[in-house]
Design a protein. Structure first.
Ligand code: ADP
Length: 643
């Protein structure tokens, strides 16, 4: 060892994950090879692309390949590539930490994952990549040199929480990962990763489509002449067919092959819910192979969550996470697009303006949406899985993709007052609309339970009108953009005026309303004055049947929930005053009216009642009064007088 060998600790989450791997009873230990080969293949892709962009770069790209090397005596398996390699800093940051987004989420789940089954699932979901080697090895060595630089780095760990890094003078370009394999029962070829047979099988199964040759030296025995000793010769064989999966006709590719390819490109361990193949001919030639995953990745809602499509040009990898190929709201779609006529030398910036990519993006979007739509009608179980994982992301499209808005509205499903268990689609809602109902009503909030108890819903319940219960944060946003569906306006139950009466009912109620207006008029203007810091108007309600009061936002006003979201993201939002609506039939409101009419000089108790009324209206919608301590004090005083 040279002097600069450094011993470092894995970052806490990485250590926990490693621990999981080492003690894992994960049934599919073979997967480690797929992970190593995937990483090697990515490294070769990156090198070739860099070299194409930078013709003067002094690197050797003449024979890019992956190599498996076995030492049966030492029980080691080495996976070597002559790709891009890593610098010492990169080794530390990429291998020593979980540098990717979603780590916080992983940390939480790791704490929750009590039993081993939960931990196994976690391994599958997070896709542990390089660390999976510790399922089969008790020591792992990595030797790497970044292409175009001198000097390499050796990294060694037994997975016990620390690793060493050391600079070495001489290392071949690229990366070699050597596994010191755990002992196996003799004769157990099934799990012996030094067995030629086993390695061949695994490469065929997991990595056949890798576009780089995966080579191995194999021994060939030929019987010796005249009964003499067998002749042993060593030759190098390529184990994979290297056929790009997306370029093969769909009926020639097995489901297994698609699944493995999905795992390779997505670095995920779940199964795809749907495989989509596409071919564009004519002006814009391209082939695409897309997957809809069955599990949302950890970082789906992370600000820098990556999109999932890789761009190839005539089989040559150009870039992963190609933003231009798919809108943000479909960022969970994984896959490959291979275009014919994009220039390979084009920079990332120019890619953004590429007309061909824009056209492809439009078609991919339509295709993905129509696939989800068919899934919805033909495979409802899969659709439900899909929606539970990705629904909240898809809804982002309602704001950003006006062209596909109608299709998007049709594939969305929502909780509603119609059923406790099942979600509803908008067409189903419209189908159930009551005679005389001309709007689609919805409520937004934090949970179904809270919404169901909200005073805003009372009139709708009484009338038997269905209300959509929208509880994703994104619902606050898109409902401000989408005006209608199928010609029916979308209306928040907490906004504007609500009048569910038919024309006849209106006539019948007219006299009563006028009477109420006369009766309560003074109280309303007095309250408006007393509560002027909080509300801009006080009026009688047609939406309340049980509660005394509720708060309403103007039709185009910002709801408190939305204001909170904006503030949380650092934006300044003016405090919009709302409207206080009173239920003229409620004993509290009636009593207040009486007390107001008979009030004397000192109206302090009455003012306090007004404050309490306003505070309870906030509480009823799940909010808290502006000054909770004062509210609690007022309430306690009041209660003290009634016990
Ligand atoms: P993932 O591949 O899912 O990102 P890994 O833990 O497998 O996670 O690898 C972490 C990172 O280390 C990779 O994203 C890559 O940047 C780098 N890396 C891993 N293996 C290699 C390799 N053979 N050559 C170059 N870089 C590599």
């Amino acid at each position: 060892m040279t002097a600069d060998v450094e011993q470092l600790e894995f970052q806490a989450e990485a250590r926990q994950l490693l621990d999981l791997m080492i003690h894992s009873v994960y049934s599919n230990k073979d997967a480690f090879l797929r992970e190593l080969i995937s990483n090697a293949s990515d490294a070769l892709d990156k090198l070739r692309f860099e070299a194409l962009q930078n013709k003067d770069w002094d690197v050797d790209t003449s024979d890019l390949h992956i190599e498996l090397e076995v030492d049966k005596q030492a029980r080691t398996l080495t996976v070597r590539d002559n790709g891009i390699g890593m610098t010492r800093d990169e080794v530390v940051s990429l291998i020593g930490t979980l540098a990717r987004s979603g780590t916080a989420e992983l940390r939480r789940k790791l704490q929750e994952a009590k039993d081993s089954a939960a931990a196994e699932e976690l391994i599958g979901q997070f896709g542990v990549g390089f660390y999976s080697t510790f399922m089969v090895a008790d020591k792992v060595e990595l030797l790497t040199r970044k292409a175009g630089t001198r000097g390499g780095t050796r990294w060694v760990s037994t997975g016990d929480g620390t690793y060493t890094v050391e600079s070495v003078d001489d290392a071949p370009q690229g990366t070699a990962v050597t596994l010191h394999l755990k002992p196996v029962d003799t004769d157990d070829d099934l799990h012996d990763y030094t067995s030629e047979w086993k390695l061949r099988e695994l490469v065929k199964k997991y990595s056949d489509f890798i576009s780089w040759p995966i080579r191995m030296q194999v021994e060939r025995r030929t019987p010796g002449k005249d009964g003499g000793e067998d002749q042993v010769t060593v030759e190098t064989q390529t184990l994979n067919s290297m056929k790009a999966l997306w370029a093969r006709p769909k009926d020639e590719v097995s489901e297994e092959e698609y699944k493995e390819f999905y795992k390779h490109i997505s670095h995920a361990w779940d199964e795809p819910l749907e495989v989509i193949t596409m071919k564009g001919e004519g002006t814009f030639e391209y082939q695409a192979l897309l997957f809809i995953p069955s599990h949302a990745p950890f970082d789906l809602f992370h600000r820098d969550a990556k999109t999932g499509l890789a761009l190839y040009v005539k089989r040559v990898f150009v870039t992963g996470d190609c933003e231009q190929l798919i809108p943000r709201y479909l960022r969970f779609v994984k896959g490959v697009v291979d275009a014919e006529d994009v220039s390979l030398n084009v920079s990332r910036e120019l890619l953004q303006q590429d007309r061909q990519l824009t056209a492809i993006r439009r078609r991919l979007t339509k295709k993905v949406l129509s696939t989800i739509k068919s899934m919805q009608s033909e495979r409802p179980d899969d659709y439900r899985t899909f929606w539970s994982q990705f629904g909240a992301v898809v809804k982002e499209g309602l704001m950003s993709d006006a062209d596909n808005r109608d299709t998007l509205l049709r594939i969305c499903s929502f909780a509603s007052t119609h059923s406790d268990e099942q979600l509803t689609t908008l067409p189903e809602y419209v189908e159930r609309m009551k005679e005389g109902q001309d709007k689609i009503y919805f409520a937004t909030g934090q949970s179904r339970e809270q919404l169901l108890k909200s005073p805003h819903l009372e009139a709708f319940k009484a009338k038997g009108y269905e209300v959509l219960l929208l509880t994703d944060p994104v619902d606050e946003l898109w409902t401000g953009t989408v005006i209608d569906f199928d010609g029916k306006p979308l209306q928040s139950v907490a906004k504007g005026e609500v009048d569910l009466d038919t024309e006849e009912e209106k006539k019948a109620h007219e006299a009563e309303r006028e009477e109420q207006q006369r009766e309560f008029g003074d109280l309303l203007s007095w309250l408006k004055d007393v509560l002027s810091d909080h509300v801009k108007e006080v009026r009688l309600s047609t939406r309340l049947t049980e509660s005394p009061a509720c708060l309403i936002t103007d039709n185009f006003g910002i709801t408190p929930a939305l204001a909170r979201m904006y503030r949380a993201s650092g934006q300044v939002v003016p405090v919009g005053k709302r409207i206080l609506e009173l239920n003229p039939k409620h004993p509290l409101v009636k009593g207040l009216q009486q007390a107001h009419a008979n009030r004397g000089e000192d109206d302090t108790p009455l003012r306090e009642t007004a404050e309490l009324l306003y505070g309870t209206a906030l509480l009823a919608e799940g909010d808290i009064p502006e000054d909770p301590a004062r509210f609690a004090g007022l309430l306690a005083d009041r209660l003290a007088r009634t016990v």
